[in-house]
Design a protein around this ligand. Structure first.
Ligand code: ADP
Length: 247
């Protein structure tokens, strides 16, 4: 069995009297993609933020790369968690060119330049080193944000609604491209979406959330064909799988 890159045990978070998350248990294997899917307000972003370390849990445990990063009486800050994050608006540094954006999280010295070139090649943007963020399309900015997040070699890459800023017709093409890039990098990925089709397409496993709870964590096929609850069945709706070959 593969190594577990991220583990949550009985993870909970409340805001006042609102239980944003309760009793979340999940494991993400190294090199796999987990899609967190659910309606607005179900707790997806809170779960991502707890794994990143932007929030403290009220209870439970988070482990990243086999190390406990949050538990009662223990809290490791985000910069020490080996977690890469791609924000919804990409959050590139506007005054730094593409190469410097990617190099930002790398330790100065030795193989910094080589690593930037490796990342540019991974995201298929070899000739873009000197471009400024405002000279890039939305899809290109996203690839730079992915390259920057992957450059330091994180244990897990977290993506929050990664395609919501793109035009509808671009989304389908770009999500295949991003899936290819991340698979090529061997990255472990957790991403949040409210789009059923996107979750079923991108995830090796899909976690369907409702009112702060994980209703089902399973393969896309199992989520679709054997929903564990009425909520999952209703939420997944009419998407289906067809066997086929691409040429
Ligand atoms: P999702 O990402 O699925 O839309 P969130 O994780 O953002 O959901 O929110 C889950 C619940 O927690 C919602 O009811 C939301 O209003 C509440 N919540 C999230 N962040 C805060 C906060 N900082 N203060 C108060 N309530 C919050």
């Amino acid at each position: 069995m593969s190594r577990i890159a991220v583990r949550c045990k009985e993870l909970s978070r409340s805001y006042g009297t609102t239980a944003a998350l309760s009793g979340i248990n999940l494991e993400v294997e190294e090199g796999s993609f987990l899609a967190l899917l659910g309606p607005s307000g179900c707790g997806k972003t809170t779960l991502l933020r707890l794994i990143a370390g932007f929030e403290r849990p009220n209870g439970g445990v988070v482990e990243v790369g086999g190390k406990t990063v949050a538990a009662p009486g223990l809290f490791v800050f985000p910069e020490r968690r080996k977690v890469g994050i791609v924000f919804q608006d990409y959050a590139l540094f506007p005054h730094l060119n593409v190469g410097d954006n990617i190099a930002y999280g790398l330790i100065r010295g030795t193989d910094r330049k080589e690593r930037v070139e490796e990342m540019l090649s991974l995201v298929r943007m070899k000739n873009y080193n000197s471009r400024m963020p405002h000279e890039l399309s939305g899809g290109e900015q996203q690839r730079v944000a992915i390259a920057r997040a992957l450059a330091p070699g994180p244990e897990v890459l977290l993506l929050d609604e990664p395609f919501s800023n793109l035009d509808a017709d671009l989304r389908t093409r770009i999500r295949s491209e991003v899936k290819g890039i991340l698979a090529c990098a061997g990255a472990t990925v957790i991403f949040v979406t409210h789009d059923q089709e996107e979750a079923l397409f991108m995830g090796d496993r899909v976690g369907v959330m409702n009112s702060g709870k994980l209703e089902q964590l399973d393969t896309p096929e199992a989520i679709f064909h054997t929903p564990a609850t009425t909520f999952v069945a209703r939420f997944i709706g009419t998407t289906d799988f067809l066997d086929g070959k691409t040429e």
